[in-house]
Design a protein around this ligand. Structure first.
Ligand code: PEP
Length: 256
């Protein structure tokens, strides 16, 4: 299966800085058939970067989107408006769920809106530290998966990417809080089984499953060799061009 390295820049970089970063990345990257590299800048940078980007090397993702096509939604940007600008949309990121109170209903509507606008949803799921501690991970992941995907047909599920991001392992600075490959492998296996129950074995095994949570050049190789994992969603380390490029190079080696 193809693999993916996705950089989530969150609310960082001015438009000018985003453009300089993208230029640097583009100069260092060679197109690779088996690996798709995606970056996700702020809304303001998406349109200018879409004119600059070499789509053979890189693709763009939105960090969020509004599921309505047009209308009186002050401050919002819809997937219809993003169509043709981005190829991917990060949906249900834990920061969107926690800080912007996005519910599974909102997330489900966003997945549907992205799909009808030819944007590939990257649906994020992940449990909090408390849920992890109390052994609730599988229940939470099942609810988020089924909640986000309940309107997605068997035909459309092949256009969806899932990202497992345990919230307790995001942007952590201590190794104690990193998720271990075994822990990730267990949850990834559970996600795959849940998808299989809904969409059948043949379809489920083709759905790309990414891992995200404090990925850096030192741990990327270990995460990329977890059997069920097909790529990485990178936050902090994607802001440092050299680190992001190192992670991409590691992913290429694992692919070969
Ligand atoms: C994220 O927020 O999606 C993420 C994975 O961040 P970080 O790599 O900084 O943990």
């Amino acid at each position: 299966m193809k693999s993916y390295i996705v950089g989530n820049w969150k609310m960082n970089f001015s438009v000018g800085e985003s453009s300089v970063y993208l230029h640097k990345l583009s100069q260092k990257l060679r197109a690779s058939r088996g690996l798709t590299v995606v970056v996700s800048p702020s809304f303001v940078a998406l349109q200018p970067l879409s004119l600059q980007i070499d789509r053979k090397k890189l693709r763009l993702a939105a960090q969020a989107g509004n599921p309505h096509d047009f209308g009186a939604y002050t401050g919002a940007v819809s997937y219809t408006q993003l169509r043709g600008i981005v190829d991917y949309g990060i949906i249900g990121h834990s920061e969107r769920r926690q800080l912007f109170h996005e519910s599974d209903k909102d997330i489900r509507a966003s997945v549907a809106a992205a799909l009808r606008n030819q944007i590939t949803p990257i649906l994020c799921v992940g449990e909090t530290e408390t849920e992890h501690t109390f052994g609730e991970t599988e229940d939470v992941i099942r609810d988020q998966l089924l909640g986000g995907l309940s309107e997605v047909s068997t035909e459309d599920i092949s256009k969806v990417i899932i990202a497992y991001e345990p919230i307790w392992a995001i942007s952590t600075t201590t190794d104690a809080h990193l998720a271990s490959p075994d822990e990730i492998g267990d949850v990834a296996g559970f996600i795959r089984r849940t998808l299989k129950d809904t969409y059948g074995a043949a379809t489920a095994k083709e759905i790309p499953l990414l891992y995200g949570g404090s990925v850096n050049p030192s741990n990327a190789g270990g995460y990329l060799t977890i059997p069920e994992i097909n790529g990485l969603l990178v936050g902090g380390a994607s802001l440092i061009a050299d680190q992001f490029i190192d992670i991409i190079e590691i992913a290429k080696k694992v692919q070969d």
